[in-house]
Structure formats: C-alpha cells, structure tokens
Design a protein around this ligand. Sequence first.
Ligand SMILES: Nc1ncnc2c1ncn2[C@@H]1O[C@H](COP(=O)(O)OP(=O)(O)OP(=O)(O)O)[C@@H](O)[C@H]1O
Ligand SMILES: [Mg+2]
Length: 344
Amino acid sequence: DLSIIDLDVPFALMFGFSSSLNAYSNLGVLAVVTWQVLFVSLPMIVLAIRLQRYYLASAKELMRINGTTKSALANHLGESISGAITIRAFEEEGRFFAKNLELVDKNAGPYFFNFAATEWLIQRLEIMSATVLSSSAFVMALLPAGTFSPGFVGMALSYGLSLNNSFVSSIQKQCDLANKIISVERVNQYMDIPSEAAEVIEENRPAPDWPQVGSVELNDLKIRYREDTPLVLHGITCKFQGRDKIGIVGRTGSGKTTLIGALFRLVEPAEGKIIIDSVDISTIGLHDLRSRLGIIPQDPTLFQGTVRYNLDPLGQFSDQQIWEVRRLIYLQFRTVSTLSDWDE
Ligand SMILES: Nc1ncnc2c1ncn2[C@@H]1O[C@H](COP(=O)(O)OP(=O)(O)OP(=O)(O)O)[C@@H](O)[C@H]1O
Ligand SMILES: [Mg+2]
C-alpha cells in the first residue's frame, strides 16, 4: 500500500487530471465551433458517468479484496521462510507449497477480475462513443447541402474522433485513480491505532542506578492480549529475589514468553502489578523501563554493520572495555587481531 501511495497514486493523479483536461478542452473547442455537438455530448457524458459509477462499485471492492488477500499471502510466505526448518523436519513442504499457490490464486483472482471489469467499462464507453459519432456523421450527411459548411463538418468529425479517445482514456484514468486511492484508505486505518504508553514520565523517573538488586515481585498478575480474549496469565503472585537464577518451565503456550514480555510491558497487565526493586513498573516511562532491563532472545540477531557495532550498538563503551569483556568470556576472533581492525 505504501509503495502504491508513493509511486502509483501521483502518476494516476497526474494522468487522470491531464486526460480529463484534454477531453474537456477538446469538447470545449468543439462546442465553440459547432455548439450543436452539446446535444449529443452532454447526454453522452451523463451516461458515461453512470457507467463509471456502476463499474467503480465493484472495481473498488475487488481492489480491497486484492489488498487484504495480499497480506495473507505475505504472512504465509514469511512464516514459511522462518519456519522452513520445522516444515522440512515434518516433511510438510507439499502442504505449505499448495497453500501458497492457493493464496496466490486468491490474491490474483480479484486482480484479474478488476482487469476484466475495466475492459467491460472500456468496451461500453467505446461502443457508446462510436455510436454517437457515427450517427452524428450520418445525420450530417443526410442534412441538406449548405446547412453546415464542409469545413465545420470536417472539423466536428475530426475533433469528435479524438474526443472519443480522450474521453475514454479520461474515464479510464479516473477509475485507475479511484482504485489506487483505496491504499490511502487502508493505510489511514493505522492512524487510529492507540499508541504505547509514554517513553519517559518526567515526574516519575527511577533512580539512575535502578534496578540495584533485581528483585522482581509479581502481584496477582493477569494478562490478556486483547480486550475480548481470555486471560493468558491468571493471577500470578510470586517473588524472585535479586541475583537469583530462575528457570521458568511450562508446556508450550503456557505463557512463559508472555511473562517475560510483561516485564518489558510489551503487553500491559489487565490486573495486578509488577514491582522491580520497589518500583511499580507501570508507573514509569517505557524508555526508562526497557533500557534498564536486558533480554537475550532465543533467536540471535546480527545487525548490519561492523562486529564492534553488534557488540555495542549504542556506542556506550570504549574499545578497551569491550576488549576486556572479550577476554573474560574467551571470545576469540580468528581474523581480528588488533584494535584497529575492528571497524572493518
Ligand atoms: N501476540 C499474541 N496475541 C494473542 N495471543 C497470544 C499472542 N502471543 C501469545 N498468545 C497466546 O498466549 C498464550 C501464551 O503464549 P506464550 O507465547 O506466552 O507461551 P509460551 O509459554 O512462551 O510457549 P512456548 O513454550 O511455545 O514458547 C498462548 O495461548 C498464545 O496463543
Ligand atoms: Mg515462548
């Protein structure tokens, strides 16, 4: 949607505007030279606009379906890539491949129908214009000689021909714009998503060295992911002493990750409190909270950049300090032997 807004909508807008300008100035010239064309042109415009509305009602829905099914396809693809090892282990490649093709079909279907609908519209517009033009020519030929000068007739016909083209393309470009503008509508939905809590709450900042001990107290902690979903954590009360090493064990889906996430307030508790070193974490800013806790996730992430950047992304430590840590954990770099090689 963002790429459509950035790349396609400006062009569609420009083409829509210029082709409409072209069609209406064509009509203007024609009306000035032989005003009688207005008798046929105006009903034709009204009819075309009605056709356009009829077409847009379906075409817009088709574009919407195309957009929503694209997310399902992208999701499935992303999940398949990240779960490739598991899929192969269970020899389920076939099922995922078939599902992928099915989603591609579901996504491409509405796009194709949208394309067909556009052809439907163009065909009707062209038939209509051709009928009007040929019957006007026929009437002009039937009129007694001398009603119009031959020059006017020639001009009316040649402008009428190009009016046809420019009119059809104007309607087509307008419809194209109307279809693409759906993306703005879809992106706009994200504007209303409620934000996370404040980064920093000035009047309630923790001490600079918080958390000093690292005792974590859970007080009747209840968590659910969304308003209307069941509780995932059902009122946990316990206390972890500082400096202890605690293992949390439970079957899959029992809420271990949720509990860790709650410490970082990735989900806000529905009820209950988490107190770390006598600070209720719901009362402080998110930045204060998250920058003081550390997490080592299951899946390692290597950021783009140098080895040094990966070890110290915020640039808070000197080379000496990092070198010392490296020595303490016996981390050996085969290719890096001196400090000056680090940034390469
Ligand atoms: N983002 C989410 N939105 C809605 N429900 C979720 C979300 N994440 C987890 N859940 C649900 O919360 C429950 C606990 O999930 P959680 O990931 O915390 O379990 P877990 O103990 O970490 O499992 P595992 O051992 O598989 O890692 C599950 O029922 C899960 O479906
Ligand atoms: Mg987990």
